[in-house]
Design a protein around this ligand. Structure first.
Ligand SMILES: Nc1ncnc2c1ncn2[C@@H]1O[C@H](COP(=O)(O)OP(=O)(O)OP(=O)(O)O)[C@@H](O)[C@H]1O
Ligand code: NI
Length: 448
C-alpha cells in the first residue's frame, strides 16, 4: 500500500482516504420526504478510526450505507453530495480499468474559473461545504454532480485526476474516485475490494446453508482471484487472524455452530478477505455481551494497526465511542452537530446535544436517577431553517427557531479540529454577532 512512485511528494500521504462533503441522502416515500442524511461532511485518514454517535434515527446507518453505495429505494443520494475516495493506488487502478470514465481535472482547471461557474449556476459555496465562492474548486463542482450542466463531464464519469496524466495511470499523483457517481462494475469493485462493511447482526452477512469457510473462500475468489486449495488455506488463515481457535476445523462448520461473538469474528474475516482500505462498522458489537464486545473491539484495533485500515465506527454508545475513536462526529437528525478529537469531545463538549449525551452515560451522577435528554429525534422532512435540536435544548433562545446553525470552529487553537453547529458559538462573539455570523455563512460568506 506504500506509494513507491518517485514523483509522489510526502504530503500525498496526508490526504484523507475518504472525503465526504455535504452528503444528502433522502427517502422519497409516498407519504413524506425524509432527509435522513442532510449535509454531512467529514473525512477519514488511513489508520484512523472516526466514530459516529447519536440517538436512534439520527442517520448513522444511512450515512454508512451511502458510503457503501447501498441506499435502498426509495432513497437517493442527491445532487450536491460528494464522497471522494482518494487512495492513490485505487485511482490509478480505476483510471487504467475505466479510461472512458476518467477525466483530467487538471486540464479543466486551466479552462474554467470555479467562482464564475458558481455565479453562473447560482450555486452557494455551502453546497460544497465551503465558506466562500473563491474556495470552491472544479473538483467540488464536478464531484457534487454539477459538472454536466456546464458541459465539463458526462454522466458516466467517476474517476477524476487532478495531478498526472490520466492516459498514463502510473504517472497519476493526485485524484479521486467519486463514490456517489459509481455504477455497474466500477461500483462493484469499490464495494468489494476497497470499502467493506460489518453490520450489527452477523447473520445478515452470513448465509446459513453454506459453511463459514466456503463463504470466506467465495469472497477471496471474487475479490482476490484465488481459489481451490489456496483459498481454503487463506480462509483458515483469516479465521485464525480474527482469533477463532482451531480455525482449520472450524472453516468446515456452519454459521449456526458458531457463537454470536465467533460469528461476528467470521464476518470480520469475510470483510478482510477483500483486503479493503476502509472498513465501515455499524454497531458491530451492540448484540454482544460486554466481554465479547471488548474482545471484538481489541481485534479491530489490532487489525487496523496491521493493515493501516481506515475505520468508520457507528454506535449509539458513548462508552464504546470513547474506546475506539480517534475523532468523533456527533449526529443529530441527519446532521453532524459536533466534531472533535475523542479526548476533546469528552473533556470539553460544546454542543448542548453532546453535553446531554454525556450526561446520560450511566454512572455520571451516583445515587441519582439516570439523566436523559427528553423527547426524541425529529424526522427531518424539510430543509432546515432552524436548529433541529432547539425543541429539546436547555440552552435554546429565540434565534434558535429562526436560524439554521452552520458548523463553526469552537477550539481555542482555531485549527478547525473542533467544531459545533450551535448559535452559542463562536464564543468570543456576542450572542447577536454570533447569530449574524451563522446567517452570513449560511448565505455563502461575504463574497464581493
Ligand atoms: N428504507 C428506508 N425508507 C424510508 N426511511 C428510511 C429508510 N431507512 C432509513 N430511513 C429513515 O432515515 C432516518 C435515519 O435512519 P438510520 O437508520 O440511519 O438511523 P440510525 O442513526 O442508524 O439509528 P439506529 O441507532 O436506530 O440504528 C430515520 O428517520 C429512518 O426512518
Ligand atoms: Ni443504525
Amino acid at each position: 500500500m506504500s506509494m513507491e512512485a518517485p514523483e509522489t511528494s510526502p504530503e500525498s500521504e496526508e490526504v484523507p482516504i475518504l472525503d465526504v462533503r455535504n452528503l444528502q441522502t433522502t427517502f422519497f416515500t409516498e407519504k413524506e420526504t425524509i432527509r435522513a442524511v442532510d449535509g454531512v461532511s467529514f473525512d477519514i485518514f488511513p489508520g484512523e478510526t472516526v466514530g459516529i454517535v447519536g440517538e436512534s434515527g439520527s442517520g448513522k446507518s444511512v450515512t454508512a450505507r451511502s458510503l457503501m453505495g447501498l441506499v435502498d429505494s426509495p432513497g437517493r443520494i442527491i445532487q450536491g453530495s460528494s464522497i471522494r475516495f482518494q487512495h492513490l493506488e485505487a485511482v490509478r487502478d480505476y483510471a487504467a480499468t475505466f479510461p472512458k470514465r476518467t477525466v483530467d481535472l487538471g486540464r479543466l482547471e486551466q479552462q474554467y474559473d470555479p467562482a464564475e461557474l458558481c455565479e453562473r449556476g447560482g450555486l452557494s459555496p455551502r453546497e460544497f461545504d465551503r465558506d466562500t465562492r473563491r474556495e470552491v474548486t472544479i473538483a467540488d463542482i464536478v464531484a457534487a454532480g454539477y459538472g454536466e450542466q456546464f458541459d465539463l463531464v458526462d454522466d458516466n464519469d467517476c474517476v477524476f485526476v487532478t495531478g498526472g496524466d490520466p492516459d498514463d495511470p502510473e504517472t497519476i499523483t493526485e485524484g479521486f474516485v467519486e463514490v456517489t457517481r459509481l455504477t455497474g462494475e466500477a461500483q462493484r469493485q469499490m464495494r468489494g475490494d476497497r470499502v467493506a462493511m460489518v453490520f450489527q447482526d452477523p447473520l445478515t452477512s452470513l448465509n446459513p446453508v453454506y459453511t463459514v469457510g466456503n463463504q470466506i473462500k467465495e469472497a477471496l475468489t471474487l475479490h482476490q482471484g484465488i481459489s481451490g486449495k489456496e483459498a481454503t488455506r487463506a480462509a483458515a488463515n483469516l479465521l485464525e487472524d480474527v482469533g477463532i481457535p482451531d480455525a482449520r476445523r472450524r472453516v468446515k462448520e456452519y454459521p449456526h455452530q458458531f457463537s454470536g461473538g465467533m460469528r461476528q469474528r467470521a464476518v470480520i474475516a469475510m470483510a478482510l478477505a477483500c483486503d479493503p482500505e476502509v472498513l465501515i462498522c455499524d454497531e458491530p458489537t451492540t448484540a454482544l455481551d460486554v466481554t465479547i464486545q471488548a474482545q471484538i473491539l481489541d481485534l479491530l484495533a489490532e487489525l487496523q494497526e496491521e493493515r493501516d485500515l481506515a475505520i468508520m465506527f457507528i454506535t449509539h454508545d458513548m462508552g464504546v465511542i470513547a474506546d475506539v475513536s480517534d475523532y468523533v462526529n456527533v449526529m443529530y437528525a441527519g446532521e453532524i452537530v459536533e466534531r472533535a478529537g475523542v479526548e476533546t469531545l469528552f473533556e470539553d463538549p460544546k454542543h448542548p446535544y453532546t453535553q446531554g449525551l454525556l450526561e446520560s452515560i450511566p454512572g455520571q451522577h451516583p445515587g441519582e436517577r439516570l439523566r436523559t435528554i427528553e423527547g426524541s429525534v425529529p424526522t427531518p422532512n424539510e430543509q432546515a431553517t432552524s436548529c433541529r435540536f432547539a425543541p429539546r435544548c436547555p440552552k435554546a433562545f429565540d434565534d434558535c427557531t429562526e436560524v439554521h446553525p452552520v458548523r463553526v470552529p469552537v477550539d481555542d487553537a482555531g485549527d478547525g479540529e473542533h467544531s459545533a453547529a450551535c448559535l452559542l458559538y463562536p464564543e468570543d462573539l456576542t450572542e447577536g454577532a454570533a447569530v449574524r455570523r451563522h446567517v452570513e455563512l449560511q448565505d455563502g460568506g461575504d463574497d464581493e
